[in-house]
Design a protein around this ligand. Structure first.
Ligand code: ADP
Ligand code: NA
Length: 329
């Protein structure tokens, strides 16, 4: 049994990308591994969040995770800022990671855009905090979407440099678990960008709370090309938007993109999009309903998260205390 850690930012409502690339894959790990899942509010404030919105979105994210199948009895589910060890270890890692390493992070470039001078320094050192999230638990397996692969490599570089500089064998190597046919879901408006809850355009994503009409309308307006669907995978070459929609239908119906093309190849996007919208609505509406129910009892939700934080602290505090001792504090 390995210790698994993963996190998600409460910077909006979870998207279909978060669900297919991450959350859905977290559920079975609860029963086969020691699973620790975290709503990472410290990460969220790397970009401006209104305080009231942040509080609400943190609860909504926790409710969404439970509605998707995480059970606070079968995993440790908590809010990052409730466990002080994350921020403390992150500072140590800020002093281990090299500027040159951070300069190579493509997500920073994507998020900062042309405005690199004006973004927070937190956004720049975000991968160091992510490394701390994982290493504070000595977790060795990290189920994430494909977009996080580079950050996990950096987390391993940090662990190795820490171990080397202090002459210890303290932080273990971590292994990404990148799963499923939709490990990277792309924006509905631009097939070259990943779907993200922090994208300014709501039309670019499906939110887990979208109602049936909203899902239909967003899928109907999703960018496509004029050709019908191909019969084989090779026909998706150079057609990122078509590939994305095929991947989503495959993931949501539990099949492979090849099989989707076998069934729908030759169809125009009008018909295909209506099949896709129906499948999404059938899959997502029970989740939205359960999330709503959970949010009606805020006290119960908060109590579950406090308990999760206590269990998380019990693991992280001794590990970070040892790291302090190694550093010379
Ligand atoms: P976002 O970019 O939507 O704010 P987060 O940074 O909170 O997402 O990431 C939470 C988890 O969701 C991570 O494991 C990440 O890899 C996964 N994820 C985020 N966007 C996508 C996507 N478009 N496709 C697949 N997985 C994704
Ligand atoms: Na992200």
């Amino acid at each position: 049994m390995s210790r698994v850690f993963s996190g998600i930012q409460p910077s909006g409502v979870p998207t279909l990308g978060n669900y297919l690339g991450a959350i859905r894959n977290w559920v079975p790990l609860q029963d086969t591994q020691e699973a620790i899942y975290c709503v990472v509010d410290l990460h969220a404030i790397t970009q401006w969040q209104d305080p009231a919105d942040l509080r609400r979105q943190t609860r909504e994210m926790a409710a969404a995770l439970i509605a998707c199948g995480l059970d606070p009895k079968r995993c440790i589910l908590f809010v990052q800022s409730h466990v002080r060890a994350h921020a403390e270890l992150a500072w140590i890692f800020n002093c281990v990671a090299r500027l040159g390493w951070l300069n190579r992070m493509t997500q920073f470039k994507d998020k900062a855009g042309k405005n690199q001078e004006a973004v927070s320094s937190g956004l720049y050192v975000y991968p160091n905090l992510m490394a701390a999230d994982i290493h504070a638990y000595h977790a060795t397996k990290v189920p994430v979407g494909d977009d996080q692969k580079q950050h996990l490599e950096l987390a391993n570089d940090i662990a190795q440099k820490f171990n080397h500089d202090y002459g210890v064998d303290f932080f273990p190597n971590i292994e990404p678990l990148i799963q499923g046919v939709a490990a990277r879901v792309m924006s509905l408006r631009d097939g070259s960008k990943k779907m993200s809850k922090s994208d300014p355009s709501d039309q670019s994503r499906i939110n887990l709370t979208d109602d049936a009409d909203t899902i239909s309308q967003k899928i109907k307006r999703a960018k496509t090309d004029p050709e019908p669907l191909p019969e084989h995978m090779a026909g998706l070459e150079g057609r990122p938007e078509a590939r994305n929609l095929v991947g989503i239908l495959a993931a949501i119906t539990g099949t492979l993109p090849e099989n989707v093309l076998r069934e729908h190849g030759g169809q125009g996007f009008g018909a295909f999009k209506s099949t896709l919208a129906d499948a999404l609505i059938a899959h997502l509406s029970p989740i939205a309903a359960e999330m709503k129910r959970l949010l009606e009892d805020q006290a119960a939700l908060d109590a579950a998260l406090r308990l999760g934080a206590d269990r998380a602290s019990a693991i992280a505090e001794p590990i970070v205390a040892k790291a302090r001792d190694i550093v010379g504090f």
